[in-house]
Write a protein that binds this ligand. Sequence first.
Ligand SMILES: *Cc1c(COP(=O)(O)O)cnc(C)c1O
Length: 370
Amino acid sequence: MTFNTSLDNVSIYEAGKPIELVVREYGIHPYDIVKLASNENPYGTCPTVVDVIARKAVSSFVYPDDSMYELKEALASNFSVDTKNIVIGAGSDQVIEFCIHAKCHTNSKVLMAKTTFAMYEIYAKQVGANILKTPSDAHNIDEFRELYKKEGADIIFLCLPNNPLGECLDAKDVYSFLDEIDSNTLVILDGAYQEFASYKDGAKAIIPHEAISKYPNVIYLGTFSKAYGLGGMRVGYGIANENIIQVLHKVRPPFNITTLSLAGAIEALKHKDFVSMGITKNFTEMTRYEEFATLKGLRFIPSYTNFITIYMDGFVSKDVALELLKKGIIVRDMTGYGFNAIRITIGRAEQNDKVFKTLDVILENLKSNN
Ligand SMILES: *Cc1c(COP(=O)(O)O)cnc(C)c1O
């Protein structure tokens, strides 16, 4: 059977390994597994959010409110925008898909950093678009500028901060770049980790209502999967000018968010204190990773997110990740990105204790085997 030939060079997204797989393959009790591969919130979500979701379960036989009015209201007030400026997706992943499908076709150009969120390329290739990547792995705004001037682009992705590396452009550099971009180019500001970056350094903070009022061609993406601890609920959103949002609604499937997800997200927005607690602890714990890496003589990328990418200098990152997995610790090997590094989501203190202890033994063993 033949398929859409655009799919010939699309790779399948490799998700972080689930706990269930480690239970099956290594016979480790789920309780002993430390999952630090998908940048979930290790503190979970606020207990009242769990209550609300549980109580909502009796309404599961009714289709959700397709207008998503209440969640849009809550987000609109949170970001000082109008509900007309908001589209909701099953994760911000789905909003990325909407943008690509609304804007791109065969031979469209999509510009991004060399090493960034894998889904940008996957969705773009699905419609046969051409991918333009900057020479540097991390975001280098001068390289973006140069490539854009030379090639143009239908869509530009800026991941602020960037997954999987953790670096983040300053907002002022993003804005001065936007000043030079044609209004027919859609610029996607992916703020999946903005809550973390803006806490660590105000210079990284992107204010969605400022960005969209100054730039008619910008869409800001946010998610409930990271700081809000609702990865399993699949809720994300896009904030842009109304003319963009209206077109995105043409490609949005009806009822793309479940009733339970909507209820959970609305409740989560009410508990900023819980979210702030997680963010504060994240950076306290991240310091411990930096100290551990330094002690071991391993380089790391300073991170504005809830994960840290550590180079496995003198080791093979794939081997290190596998040895960790055998001990029930799931991290992300970066070999597929062309990096001899592992990306570790910052866990809770006791999870991180286990990572340091286990990694220490693994590295010493691998060293003596060499
Ligand atoms: C996690 C993530 C997303 C979206 O996650 P969803 O769960 O689909 O909302 C988007 N962009 C980046 C860079 C991410 O890391």
